[in-house]
Design a protein around this ligand. Structure first.
Ligand code: ASP
Ligand code: MG
Length: 403
């Protein structure tokens, strides 16, 4: 007998028909003799709809009430799921955050799960019942309802898997796994059957939005294997686990890209200690996330150029912040708001020499100009002109034998 968490995302519970379908998956797993804890998201679109109600009242809607409001989405699906299971002959019961309780810490709308009681639910499981728990929510030390950040039901599932010490944590979603690149634009993309936590984090931060990054981080921290599966097909999904369990025959596992980047160069900035801190501190304080940073060497020892990338919708705020920063002086600013970032990711890179030059050569063969480069142990990223994005991804996908 295996204890499992089965988590269903918004599209998987997006209609009553889909909830009934998800309940059949639960029934199948349960009838194999497994103990099942189901974790559910709100029906797809529901959380956005609730947020838009709140913002028609106020853009600064009270955060405590926001949590009461948003947690209702998952309450609805919990009840419908447990009801659907009962209907098809499976003993089931839903528990709300405060009934368990799921204890959280942190501020409203951005809390994190720190603990939960397991006794009631464990005894229900051992009586053959299926427990249904709402994702995305908890209750604070003071008894206030909390939520744990958008997309948080993945993190709930991982936390529940950890605290209940389940053997597996299966994330059911509307895609059948993680792909070597974006399958909707690059049809030769292949499903990855096994991927490490690190690679998944690199890929998900770059847009493979299959599973919330912070959930992967928690899974990595506690070594909880995750399985991403499709609710709508029987095809094999993707397993995400620790690196030691993966045999790397390929240097590169996937090619990710983002198309909403912008690049800023500060030309002729003073080259002395503290300048970089003076440039980036106000950006951080203004919630601007800086991605790559490149500083040139200073030919005259006095001034240098610093290039960095940000999300495109932060460009105006960034330029304004730089111009009004009287701690720094520079000659001019250069900007490009039509760039994209292409990254090749692979834990196999560590042991395979030559990945870097192969990537650059391939881009040169396509006459694609590289505007900036950054690397980590398992990732090489380049900034290029946005118009070349798909050409570059296709080429890299093919030369690293992923087609
Ligand atoms: N319903 C929440 C959201 O849309 C949590 C989740 O679905 O993961 O962000
Ligand atoms: Mg989700």
């Amino acid at each position: 007998m295996t204890k499992k968490v089965l988590k269903f995302g918004g599209t998987s519970v997006g209609s009553v028909k889909r909830i009934l379908h998800a309940a059949e998956i639960v029934k199948k797993e349960h009838s194999k003799g497994n103990q099942i804890i189901v974790v559910v998201s709100a029906m797809s679109g529901k959380t956005n709809e609730l947020i838009s109600h709140s913002s028609s009242i106020s853009e600064k809607f009270n955060k405590r009430e926001m949590d009461v409001l948003l947690s209702s989405g998952e309450q609805v699906t919990s009840a419908l799921m447990a009801g659907a299971l009962n209907e098809i002959g499976i003993k089931s019961k839903s528990w709300m955050n405060w009934q368990i309780p799921i204890l959280t810490e942190g501020e409203h709308t951005n809390s994190r799960i720190v603990n939960m009681s397991i006794n009631k639910i464990n005894s229900f499981l051992s009586e053959g019942g299926v427990a249904v728990i709402p994702g995305f929510q908890g209750i604070s030390q003071n008894g206030e309802i909390t939520t744990i950040g958008r997309g948080g039901s993945d993190a709930s599932a991982v936390a529940i898997a950890k605290i209940f010490q389940t053997e597996s944590c299966e994330i059911y979603t509307d895609v059948d796994g993680v792909y070597s690149t974006d399958p909707s634009n690059i049809p030769v993309a292949k499903k990855i059957s096994k991927i490490s936590y690190d690679e998944m984090l690199e890929l998900s931060s770059l847009g493979a939005k299959v599973i919330q990054s912070s959930a992967v981080q928690t899974a990595m921290m506690y070594d909880i294997p995750l399985q991403v599966k499709s609710t709508f097909t029987d095809r094999e999904g993707t397993e995400i686990f620790s690196q030691e369990n993966i045999d790397y025959s390929k240097a590169v596992t996937g090619v990710a890209y983002s198309k909403d980047d912008a690049k800023v160069t500060i030309i002729g900035v003073e080259d002395k200690p503290g300048v970089a801190a003076d440039i980036f501190e106000p950006l951080g304080k203004n919630q601007i996330n800086v991605d790559m940073v490149i500083q040139n060497i200073s030919p005259d020892g006095k001034t240098t150029d610093i290039t960095f990338t940000i999300k495109r919708n932060d460009l105006n705020k960034t330029l304004k912040t730089l111009k009004s920063n009287d701690k720094i002086s520079f000659k001019s600013l250069d900007q490009n708001d039509a760039v994209s970032k292409i990254s090749v990711v692979g834990a196999g890179m560590v042991t395979t020499p030559g990945v870097t030059y192969k990537m650059f050569r391939a881009l040169a063969d396509e006459k694609i100009n590289i505007l900036a480069i950054s690397t980590s142990e398992i990732k090489i990223s380049v900034i290029i002109n946005e118009k070349d994005t798909l050409k570059a991804v296709k080429k890299l996908h093919s030369i690293f034998n992923l087609d």
